[in-house]
Design a binder for this molecule. Structure first.
Ligand code: MN
Length: 507
């Protein structure tokens, strides 16, 4: 554990599990996020990413909901290497489509709280027990494992809830999940409830927490303190209403605050979050923990100095652990240390005196209310140090030709001047930009070059808009940011790439 926090150690239960099993419901509860609808292809892409991330169980969908969801779940069950789960009510046709989809695990649920019994189901306590028992048996008789949820468990009378759970256990379900369907638990209540159930049951307990009061992650962790070993989570905390417990936060808190392991490859958390952000269309708040854009950004001068001296002074989680990068934001609070670090990152070398002058300029602009972004810093630095002249540039573009055949991959051919010599190469790629950058990489023989980030902005509207491409590119030894602007997207990308390479390779 990197966090020497003796208060956590003082109150940590002695019987915590060593490891928990991650049940991801991004593709089921997450897809119920208002405004989110995923095509089968997108669901499959996310499912593969979840499997690579190390998720143990993927709840792939609610197959009875639509034909599209049925097909998506079936494809995921066939193609993705993880335990695949499908959701069903205690209704035969729901279970039948899960069986047809050939999932590994059927998640069946029935409301048990008084409000669900009286208003939604209009069933008595005994009728609900009978329906649950018959449904569990139906799945087991068909050779399926069962994940059973007494829906709205957290508003159900405890004695009745224990009664229903014992019945499920006697019927040999593999898991019992305790959903806080409307997100009304507090952490202490969750720990108490799970401990009480744990005293009465031997089956594995899962917890499914909603974030209506912003406590989904805390309640999930409290459930684990109480003896649950299967947290239900979603990428980026997606889910109905205010969402579900966030996978990234639960996993990293388990690891760093509790010393509980998971099968998650934490270094893939950031990229998985970005993939889900892109495919779901739901943007992550900048101040979201772990994967938000500001999660590892430092602006104030004192903090930047501390972080550069020893990251742990102002970071409780290292960006490397989750596959993110530390960012030093340039603002009027920045100190000379931050400016110097940022200049290094941009591939700009400056003397101490030049750094002082650049820092003063940044602060003066800040006092005038102007936020200095990286491009401004480059301009200021070039103004003070003098531009990296064309003469110093190792790589110059002489010619670029693109070819796209509808039946074949995009293809690019480049001619460059590199270290005074004319070199040329060609490459295919998944798209024209990928092909062009691949050809440049081959032409200069620098196969280690990795494009780490790529941002495209249209400066003006319309199809003739100027494309503004900002990239982060590295060769394993240094990473730089670079920019290119052109009316053609491929050209803007190529210019940004060549600018970046010139910064990396200079001297
Ligand atoms: Mn839910």
């Amino acid at each position: 554990m990197t966090n020497a926090n003796w208060f956590n150690e003082k109150v940590r239960p002695d019987d915590l599990p060593k490891k928990v099993e991650i049940f991801d419901t991004t593709l089921r509860d997450g897809e119920q996020t208002p405004g989110v609808a995923l095509t089968a292809d997108k669901k499959l892409e996310i499912a593969h990413a979840l499997a690579e991330l190390g998720v143990d169980i993927i709840e792939a969908g609610f197959p009875i909901a639509s034909d599209g969801d049925f097909k998506a779940v079936k494809r995921i069950a066939k193609e993705v290497d993880a335990t695949i789960c499908g959701l069903a009510r205690c209704v035969q046709k729901d279970m039948d489509v899960c069986i047809d989809a050939d999932v590994d695990l059927i998640h069946i649920f029935i409301g048990t709280s008084k409000i669900h019994r009286d208003y939604k189901l209009k069933m008595t306590k005994e009728e609900i027990k009978k329906s649950a028992e018959e449904s569990i048996q139906y799945c087991i008789d068909h050779g399926f494992k069962v994940h059973f949820s007494p829906e709205d468990a957290c508003r159900t009378e405890l004695d009745y809830l224990i009664d229903v759970c014992k019945l499920a256990e006697e019927n040999r379900v593999d898991y019992i999940n305790i959903p806080d369907t409307v997100g009304v638990m507090t952490p202490k209540a969750m720990r108490y409830l799970i401990s009480e159930l744990n005293k009465n049951l031997n089956v594995k307990l899962a917890v499914h927490c909603h974030n209506d009061f912003g406590m989904a992650v805390s309640n999930t962790l409290a459930g684990i303190e109480g003896g649950a070993t299967v947290p239900h989570v979603t990428i980026n905390g997606l889910g109905e209403r205010a969402g579900n417990a966030d996978l990234e936060q639960v996993v990293v808190a388990c690891k760093l605050l509790y010393g509980i392991e998971t099968n998650i490859v934490t270094e893939k958390l950031y990229r998985t979050s970005k993939l889900v952000e892109r495919l779901s269309g739901i943007r992550v708040m900048p101040n979201f923990p772990i994967v938000g854009e500001n999660a590892f950004a430092h602006e104030s001068g004192v903090h930047v100095h501390g972080v550069l001296a020893k990251a742990e002074t102002y970071e409780s989680i290292t960006p490397e652990l989750v596959g993110a990068t530390r960012k030093l934001v340039i603002g009027k609070l920045v100190g000379a240390h931050g400016v110097e670090q940022k200049l290094n990152e941009l591939g700009i070398t400056a003397t101490e005196e030049q750094v002082q002058r650049i820092t003063k300029k940044v602060k003066d602009l800040g006092d005038m209310g102007k936020k200095v972004v990286e491009e401004d810093l480059i301009a200021i630095a070039e103004d003070i140090i003098g531009k990296v002249s064309d003469k110093e540039a190792l790589i110059k573009l002489i010619d670029l030709r693109e070819h796209i055949d509808l039946n074949k991959k995009p293809f690019a051919f480049v001619v460059l001047q590199y270290k005074g010599e004319e070199v040329m190469s060609a490459s295919d790629g998944v798209g024209p930009v990928d092909a062009a950058l691949g050809a440049i990489r081959k032409a200069i023989g620098e196969e280690k070059i990795v494009l780490e980030e790529y941002h495209l902005d249209a400066i003006t509207g319309g199809s003739d808009a100027l494309a503004d491409v900002t990239i982060r590119v590295g060769n394993g030894e240094r990473t730089v940011m670079a920019q290119g602007v052109h009316e053609d997207i491929v050209m803007a990308s190529v210019m940004a790439f060549i600018n970046g390479l010139n910064r990396i390779l200079v001297k």
